[in-house]
Design a binder for this molecule. Structure first.
Ligand SMILES: Cc1ncc(COP(=O)(O)O)c(C=O)c1O
Length: 364
């Protein structure tokens, strides 16, 4: 007997919506994974059955993002936050500089960690506009002998996203936690890309790192084994026990993306969903006020305010009542935020944009 489940309109910023098809498949395979008589969580990470899951997830990511052969794909733990430390620990020395584009709270956190290992400085900062925009490429400061330039491709809290990246001779490193796999990206522009899985890739607990092999060869060696990228690269991310269930889910999410038509289809869907909400803002004659500058708008996190505070409280209360989950803005910005990650269906975005229009009609 199949049970009808009511799925929420989930606009959470992360962890966030996962494709229903993936959840259903995981449910089917939960107790007996492909005839093994056990859950994928109960398999040895050294077994052939798990090996297939692990390598299939890697291969799918490589295929979807067209990752060139001279890159390693790593599945780590510790979240994107541990990457804030691992990057300078591996690639920065006390006498070296590294440039950080400060476009929001996450880049500030990454910058802070780098200070423990070397001399990071600001490539640019948009703090004076409360991070409502991405800097122009021409604003970025960096030097030929910097260890790297670090950017946050999508600013989850402020709802801004880089549209283009600088072509530079020093290693370009990107925190893509909140927009990886949402649109095609030219991986070859980057020396290292990292992302916590819990938005577009799967459940929390897995962190994906895509790193060019030549960077690994130059990395510092006087650091703990578990915090060296080369440890994980040399052992195919199986130096210690990996988060096996998370990697299985990641593989299934990637299969889902392939099944619906890959990156071109994903970006098309994401643009359609984001347009619904941005149109509702732009056509509201100032009833809704978008936080992000138009040329910096994120496809993933739509941030806005309602024109006065009392109405905003009412808007959020009614949104909750109507079943829209996760639309309160982050505490550091306030207002409203709808996160439209890959697995958020078009119907959810449509229902929310209709709600916005209806609310304005009644209260505007
Ligand atoms: C852009 C960005 N970077 C880093 C993080 C921190 O990720 P984690 O919680 O996996 O450490 C987040 C979390 O939301 C994020 O959105």
């Amino acid at each position: 007997m199949s049970i009808q489940v009511k799925r929420a309109y989930n606009f959470n910023a992360g962890p966030s919506a996962l494709p229903l098809e993936v959840l259903e498949k995981a449910q089917q395979e939960f107790i007996d994974f492909r005839g093994t008589g056990m859950s994928v969580m109960e398999l040895s990470h050294r077994s052939k059955d798990y090996d297939e899951v692990h390598n299939q997830a890697k291969a799918s990511l490589k295929e979807l993002l067209s990752i060139p052969d001279d890159y390693e794909i790593l599945f780590l733990q510790g979240g994107a936050s541990l990457q804030f430390s691992m990057i300078p620990m591996n690639f920065l020395t006390p006498d070296q500089k590294a440039s950080y584009a400060i476009t929001g709270s996450w880049s500030e956190k990454a910058f802070k960690e780098a200070k423990l290992f070397g001399n990071p400085y600001e490539a640019a900062s948009t703090k004076d506009s409360n991070f409502s925009r991405i800097p122009q490429l021409s604003e970025l400061k960096y030097n030929a002998d910097d260890a790297y330039l670090h950017v946050t491709s999508n600013n989850t809290i402020f709802g801004t996203e880089w549209k283009d990246y600088p072509a530079i001779d020093i290693p370009l490193i990107a925190d893509m936690s909140s927009d990886i796999l949402s649109r095609p990206v030219d991986v070859s522009k980057f020396a290292l890309i990292y992302a916590g899985a819990q938005k577009n890739l799967g459940p929390s607990g897995v962190t994906v790192v895509i790193v060019r092999k030549d960077l690994l060869e130059k990395a510092n060696t006087n650091i703990p084994t578990m915090l060296k990228y080369s440890t994980h690269a040399e052992k195919n991310s199986l130096y210690n026990t990996p988060p096996t269930f998370g990697i299985y889910m990641l593989g299934e999410v990637l299969n889902w993306v392939k099944g619906i038509g890959g990156m071109n289809e994903i970006v098309k869907r994401n643009e359609e969903k984001a347009k619904l909400l941005y149109d509702a803002i732009d056509e509201s004659n100032g009833f809704y006020v978008g936080h992000a500058a138009k040329d910096s708008r994120s496809l993933m996190n739509v941030t806005f305010r309602v024109k006065d505070e009392e109405l905003e409280k009412k808007f959020l209360a009614e949104a909750k009542q109507e079943g829209f989950v996760g639309v309160n803005g982050h505490r550091s910005v306030g207002g409203c935020r709808a996160s439209l990650y890959n697995a958020v269906p078009f119907e959810a975005a449509k229902a929310f944009s209709d709600f916005m229009k209806q609310f304005q009609k009644v209260n505007g």
